[in-house]
Design a protein around this ligand. Structure first.
Ligand code: ATP
Length: 368
């Protein structure tokens, strides 16, 4: 379930470009960001996500194209006159001020009566689980607490949109995971649109209502986390979001709502016609993909599921809860990756073990 208002865009990006001399950082980005949604810009370093975020914030202007925010074109409108607030990667905390004065910094120019100012600051601190921390010196805070102060400082201004530039990247893994859940919960409860820039695909999947995957200054796919993972449009998106095994494939015919395929190493099988991307003909299929968890290693004595092939374990990587196997299949040079949950009593298979691999035709992804 999403808290987003599906009908109302809060931000419209219309063919936005940005060039820095010969470098084309953005090459025509169009998208609508919905009111109240948690939206992520995800992509590798240099794909243009920070450039786009900075232009929404008003720290930079598009070379061509338009940005509309809450119904108003933003060209020429300075950052401090936009209904946005940015949380920086560095948090930009003032170390010489108290926690409370850091949070209330933006309120100062409103010249509120002291009691009202104090109440607003305390409310913002409570939202980020730092109630009572107001008098503390900011430089005594931990990394996670600084991150919360930066967030409270944005929230207190009641912006329509909060922009977050890799806000969790400085935190260690455990704390980052905890903050991801907290940030998501907070966004749901305040209902403000959040736009997150991240290069961490897991973070984007956990937190977002929708994700724009960007490569080379363009949006490659804009979808919900589940749609991106299950139905990536291209091999590049599929490899960026998790792991995918790629296999050559050719269609040999169609029967009702099934397509008959001949897939490298997996053999002949029927897949649902719904797996075909919109507007594509089955005769155009050249490659398919299968996620590692959609294949499994058949355990001794297990009943056959119908789609099984002979295989040999090439390598195993043990992760505690999971084991990732590199598995050689006849007819394919590169081994495929298969992940298996380490349930009670299941031994990790040694390299060289002969086994069988099963898979479901429903899990096969077709690429353009
Ligand atoms: P990262 O995750 O590393 O921050 P990013 O996806 O946010 O990467 P951007 O910072 O938006 O990428 O940069 C996109 C491209 O534009 C890069 O090639 C970068 O070198 C270039 N670029 C960004 N800002 C400037 C600038 N002020 N002057 C010149 N080139 C710039």
């Amino acid at each position: 379930m999403t808290a987003a208002n599906a009908d109302k865009p809060i931000i419209t990006l219309d063919n936005v470009t940005r060039s820095f001399g010969a470098v084309q950082a953005l090459r025509g980005v169009s998208a609508e960001i919905r009111e109240g949604e948690f939206f992520s810009l995800l992509g590798p370093s240099g794909c243009g996500k920070t450039t786009l975020l900075r232009m929404i914030a008003g720290f930079d202007e598009p070379t061509t194209g338009t940005i509309t925010l809450d119904g108003k074109p933003m060209a020429g409108i300075a950052a401090n006159h936009r209904p946005t607030n940015m949380v920086f990667q560095s948090y930009a905390i003032f170390p010489h001020l108290s926690v409370g004065d850091n949070v209330g910094y933006g309120l100062k120019k409103k010249r509120l009566p002291k009691a009202e100012y104090d109440r607003e600051v305390e409310e913002a601190l409570e939202m980020v689980s730092l109630g009572g921390y107001g008098p503390r010196a900011a430089h005594t805070l931990s990394g996670g607490q600084r991150q919360r102060v930066a967030l409270a400082r944005a929230l207190i201004m009641r912006p329509k949109v909060i922009l977050l530039d890799e806000p969790l990247s400085a935190l260690d893994k455990k704390l980052r995971e905890q903050m991801q859940i907290e940030l998501r919960r907070l966004q749901r409860s305040v209902g403000i649109t959040f736009i997150l820039v991240t290069h961490d695909q897991e973070e984007a999947l956990i937190m977002s209502d929708r994700i724009a995957v960007m490569f080379d200054g363009q949006i490659a796919q804009l979808d919900s986390p589940e749609a991106l993972y299950r139905k990536p449009n291209t091999q590049r998106v599929a490899s960026f979001i998790g792991v995918m095994n790629f296999l050559e494939a050719k269609a040999s015919g169609e029967k009702g709502d099934k397509i008959s395929l001949d897939i490298q190493a997996l053999g002949k099988l029927d897949i649902p016609a719904s797996a075909l991307p919109a507007g594509m003909k089955s005769s155009e299929i050249t490659r398919v993909g299968v996620r590692p968890e959609m294949m499994s290693i058949v355990l001794e004595g297990a009943k056959s599921t119908g789609h099984e092939i002979d295989a040999e374990i090439a390598e195993s990587e043990y992760y505690g809860d999971m084991t990732y196997y590199l598995v050689s299949l006849p007819g394919k040079d590169e081994p495929v990756t298969i992940s298996m949950r380490n349930t009670a009593g299941r031994a990790v298979l040694e390299p060289g073990s002969k086994t069988r691999v099963s898979f479901s035709p429903e899990s096969i992804v077709v690429f353009r």
